[in-house]
Design a protein around this ligand. Structure first.
Ligand SMILES: Cc1ncc(COP(=O)(O)O)c(C=O)c1O
Length: 424
């Protein structure tokens, strides 16, 4: 495959005159890997087709929601049926009850859930709830964890044990940023110091329990358990941001995997089956602070949209059978098997179930905190990206993003991926 992408190039040129950077969300612009973003015309199972009719084996999967692959027939059927019954009601409907029951059955002992439209909104709601519940102003996040684009979460770590947040985006005022503290991942000593100084004013610690937005920075179970203990000791809430990890490794949250019970979880991606659904869930005592049960305001015209919830229900009902997880496990085993006999590879692969991250540096163990990611690894990914596209593999267009497997991926697909990553 060579030459210009034709239709994608033309559309991107038009889009750049109409939309900032030509896109609806920054990383889609391919700025990190160079070249023209592919304009996608359709997806089916493990495959995508672009506007030029080129076919790609997809490992980006819309950044995580498509755990059943593209255009899963049951999801499409449920969405079609729901759409025929009306696109939006702005009133209660039965699918809210169905999806709430499905999700809460996987997150016991949580008793309540509020549906929103995105992961960002779920996090915004959880922050407001945590502040209302504790009467405290500060939020703690961890360097390398992404929690959507609410102002308070757009801060990054400085060096040292823990820093008062500095805005990571123009337009975030210092007043907002100073209420967010940032700690490095994996460092219990830093946590203890931070809580010693700020513990009495901390409303909540937010963490991606499986940090997957700055590479895949797998944390030790005992670190997450230490975070649980220290938040409890200081009367702060622990919020697991499970927008990626929720329902990822099985029909449950990541808390079950690491034996940690957070106070709140934020969800998105998989629970919408490919349509926009986010949620915050927790015990009644906390969630019932939300209006109209309580005095914490939160609302949305499109919250609990019936078509979106129909997709979520159809997705989770399939996941509940366990079959998609078994298929993903098989693809994962095939991935491991594809490495047998391969030597002198330029990368190390981190994989947790259906989430994987190729790290193009072999000089040290794979990092578990954002600060340890090497420049070489970033360059290694970037320099190979166009080659993968030309071989018909669509990976997330950034070295910092993780790839995903779905139940639509066959062992042969992951073998193809490993061969391509290995530079065959
Ligand atoms: C862990 C996590 N939290 C929050 C978000 C924000 O979700 P959304 O993009 O739906 O607003 C994301 C998005 O990737 C995420 O990965």
């Amino acid at each position: 495959m060579s030459g210009s992408p034709g239709a994608s190039e033309r559309l991107f040129a038009q889009a750049r005159a109409l939309m900032p950077g030509g896109v609806s969300s920054p990383v889609r612009a391919f700025g990190h890997v160079g070249g023209t973003p592919r304009y996608i015309a359709r997806g089916d199972g493990a495959y995508l087709w672009d506007e030029d009719g080129r076919k790609y084996l997809d490992f980006c999967l819309a950044w995580g929601p498509l755990i059943l692959g593209h255009a899963n027939p049951q999801v499409v059927e449920a969405v079609t049926k729901a759409a025929k019954d009306g696109l939006a009601f702005g009133a209660p409907h039965r699918l809210e009850v169905t999806l709430a029951e499905l999700i809460l059955s996987a997150y016991q002992p949580f008793e309540r859930i509020r549906f929103v439209v995105s992961g960002t909104e779920a996090v915004m709601t959880a922050m407001r709830l945590a502040r209302a519940h504790t009467g405290r102003p500060l939020i703690l996040k961890f360097s390398g964890c992404y929690h959507g684009h609410a102002d308070a979460m757009l801060v990054k770590a400085g060096s040292g044990v823990a820093t008062l947040g500095l805005a990571d985006s123009e337009g975030v005022t210092p007043t907002v940023a100073k209420d967010t503290l940032v700690a490095p991942l994996g460092d219990v000593g830093a946590l203890e110091e931070l809580f010693r100084v700020h513990g009495a004013r901390l409303a909540a610690a937010f963490i991606e329990p499986l940090p997957a937005n700055n590479g895949l920075l797998v944390q030790e179970r005992r670190y997450l358990q230490a975070l649980r203990a220290i938040t409890q000791k200081h009367g702060a809430l622990l919020v697991f941001d499970e927008v990626i990890s929720g329902f990822r490794l099985g029909f449950h949250g990541y808390g079950l995997t690491v034996d940690v019970r957070p106070d709140l979880v934020t969800l998105g991606k998989i629970i919408g089956g490919g349509l926009p659904v986010g949620a915050v869930a927790g015990r009644a005592e906390l969630l019932d602070r939300l209006a109209p049960a309580g005095r914490v305001y939160q609302a949305g015209t499109m919250s609990g949209n019936p078509v979106a919830l129909a997709a979520g229900v159809a997705c989770l009902e399939q996941l509940k059978t366990g079959e998609p997880y078994r298929r993903i496990a098989k693809a994962g085993e095939a991935m491991d098997a594809a490495f047998v006999g391969k030597q002198n590879l330029a990368f190390q692969l981190v994989r947790v179930g259906s989430v994987f991250w190729p790290y193009f540096d072999r000089s040290a163990p794979v990092p578990t905190r954002a600060e340890a990611i090497s420049e070489d690894a970033i360059k290694g990914f970037r320099s190979r990206y166009q080659g993968w596209l030309e071989q018909g593999l669509y990976l997330p267009p950034s070295a910092y993003e993780v790839g995903f497997l779905s139940s639509a991926h066959e062992p042969a697909h992951v073998q193809q991926l490993v061969e391509a990553l290995a530079g065959a």
